[in-house]
Design a protein around this ligand. Structure first.
Ligand SMILES: Cc1cc2nc3c(=O)[nH]c(=O)nc-3n(C[C@H](O)[C@H](O)[C@H](O)COP(=O)(O)OP(=O)(O)OC[C@H]3O[C@@H](n4cnc5c(N)ncnc54)[C@H](O)[C@@H]3O)c2cc1C
Length: 540
């Protein structure tokens, strides 16, 4: 039997990450709305093993928020009192141990209600506590009111179709509530007079029914979503994993971060960390594109602070159009690839403009980042892009790091690989420049071998054939060739020593080889007979 309740409102503080801690600060603001009418205090509860400093992750790096900093911040954000509950078993943030510790203190102190920020852990601890205490639990609350000394909590129900107003049946027992942190904004009281109370627990034995197998710190990648300037969100309307891949490609082409509503997360098309909404993250980008989302309140709760929302839905009556600034009634399947292709064209043109203006400016203008985004838009690794464009991975890596500027002809091949019409951004002068470079490569090759052109008059064509004849024990100084394009060599007579980079290959009659001409290559005949090779040269 619990002692009679006081009017204090407690808030469970989650120190595991800064993001989770920030959500608790919003809940402190929610707690103030209740404590005021009750005439009670807002108490921030910090459960710790008593060790100073932030926790460390598996790699030994600091992770989470340290207790001293948390105490200060909670005070400044509206907590009247900070209660530090310590026990060695609280080193691990396990829902069962945390709930056990919390319930012991609740039993002693009898607060009116305990609030938890809505997270997996918050939900779990609240459920444990309510079950252990046989008390009431209100879930997913987005607003409060106190009516005739009763807590009235507003909670979306039926997928957000209706708002339910809930209260505790038994007001003689401490109640537990999970609160949607997005529904509240943190207070900025700037006060520094929170009372500190320390409670040391004894005999807290973690149950052996649970065992921690592994833990990992939230990847920094995921933090990008909340701070992104552009976000593209995919919903159930994209229908398949491939449809969702289209959302990713569009996001990459726009240099945006990808978000999702709940169905794509449940279908494992995307990581849970990308969920946006009441139980996920809140975003506030300059531009948010919402594709195939109905506009359920639990989702829109996470996007309302976006500057401009563009929604694509095939149903003109979809509720998302009430939230969106620009609504497009269209089938995502048709529209998304079109928008992606148009954006890529614009980006390619922009890249070409930068190249033409000044090569040093190009590096400063994020040229490399754009190439990287375009590559990512196809989910290609650097090696795959190298394969698609005939450029070496090392060279592409340098372009992406802005350590060197690609040639216009690379851009041409990039656009081809991306399925963007190269003619859209090349001026006639630039095209002539490329043709000239190709002709120069052709002439340079005439200096060292005796060869016959099999494609006369085709100097400016992409594909040309040669019959190369190398005399036996050829004594001329081998020249390492390195130029744009690809080569195919077929040994028709004799033998050929081909040095590709630092690898030497011996080819006999009837053997052939293909290689990227960007790799330095030397051809030599070490045999006693004449070597004749058919060489097909492709230059972009
Ligand atoms: C307590 C609670 C918390 C929740 N928290 C979250 C949360 O944090 N985040 C979240 O997202 N959800 C959350 N939900 C779920 C939420 O209520 C909705 O179910 C969910 O947001 C719906 O996702 P959706 O809009 O992608 O799918 P749907 O509601 O199924 O909508 C799909 C939309 O796509 C359109 N469409 C279909 N085909 C096409 C096409 N070919 N082209 C264009 N449009 C098409 C349809 O017209 C429809 O409007 C929560 C629910 C509860 C109860």
């Amino acid at each position: 039997m619990q002692n009679s309740l006081n009017n204090d409102v407690w808030v469970y503080i989650d120190l595991r990450t800064q993001r989770l801690f920030n959500a608790c600060l919003n809940v402190i603001a929610a707690a103030q709305q209740l404590a005021g009418p009750f005439g009670g205090q807002v108490v921030a509860l910090i459960l710790t093993d008593g060790e100073d400093g932030p926790k460390t992750n598996a790699g030994g790096e600091p992770s989470g928020v340290d207790v001293a900093a948390a105490m200060e911040t909670c005070g400044a954000k509206g907590a009247d009192k900070i209660c530090i509950i310590t026990h060695a078993a609280l080193a691990d943030t396990r829902a069962d141990t945390q709930a056990e510790a919390l319930n012991r203190v609740v039993h002693q102190k009898s607060p009116r209600v305990v609030l938890f920020a809505l997270s997996d852990l918050g939900r779990e601890i609240a459920a444990f506590c309510a079950r252990q205490a046989n008390a009431g639990l209100i879930a997913d609350c987005v607003g409060f009111e106190v009516d005739k000394d009763q807590i009235m909590a507003d909670c979306p129900s039926w997928g957000g179709e209706i708002m339910a107003r809930l209260s505790f049946a038994d007001s003689t027992q401490t109640g537990f509530v999970t609160v949607s942190a997005h529904a509240f904004s943190p207070l900025d009281t700037k006060k520094n007079d929170a009372v500190i109370e320390k409670i040391e627990l004894h005999d807290l034995i973690p149950s052996n029914r649970l065992k921690r197998i592994s833990s990992a710190t939230e990847a920094l990648e995921h933090l990008k979503l909340e701070n992104a300037k552009t976000v593209v969100v995919g919903g159930a309307g994209v229908r398949t994993a491939e449809g969702f891949a289209g959302v990713r490609r569009l996001a990459a082409a726009m240099g945006a971060e990808v978000g999702a509503t709940r169905p794509p997360v449940l279908r494992h098309w995307i990581d849970e960390e990308r969920l946006i909404g009441q139980t996920g993250k809140s975003v506030r980008p300059k531009l948010l594109v919402s594709i195939g989302t109905s506009g359920a309140v639990q989702y829109t709760a996470g996007i309302v602070e976006s500057e401009t929302i563009v929604a694509i839905n095939r149903d003109p009556d979809a509720p998302i159009f009430q939230t969106a600034d620009i609504g497009i009634v269209a089938d995502a399947k048709d529209l998304v690839p079109l928008v992606e292709s148009r954006i890529k064209q614009v980006v390619m043109r922009d890249l070409a403009d930068q190249l033409c203006v000044d090569k040093t400016d190009a590096a400063e203008n994020g040229f490399g980042e754009k190439i990287c985004k375009l590559r990512e838009s196809h989910n290609w690794s650097i090696e795959e892009l190298a394969d698609q464009t005939g450029q070496t991975p090392e060279a592409i890596d340098k372009f992406e790091r802005n350590q060197s500027t690609p040639s216009v002809s690379f851009l041409l091949r990039l656009s081809k690989a991306l399925g963007v019409d190269p003619g859209t951004f090349l001026s006639e002068d630039e095209k002539a420049d490329i043709l000239d470079q190709r002709a120069k490569a052709f002439i340079k090759r005439t200096k060292n071998y005796h060869y016959q052109t099999l494609t006369p008059g085709g100097e400016n064509q992409h594909l040309r054939g040669f019959m190369i004849t190398i005399e036996p024990r050829q004594a001329h100084k081998p020249v390492a060739y390195k130029h744009e394009g690809e080569e195919f060599v077929f040994v028709m007579e004799g033998s050929l020593e081909l040095t590709l980079g630092n690898k030497v290959k011996q080819l006999k009659t009837g053997e052939s080889i293909w290689y990227n001409s960007e790799t330095s290559h030397k051809l030599k005949n070490r045999g006693n007979e004449v070597t004749r090779c058919l060489v097909m040269l492709f230059t972009p």
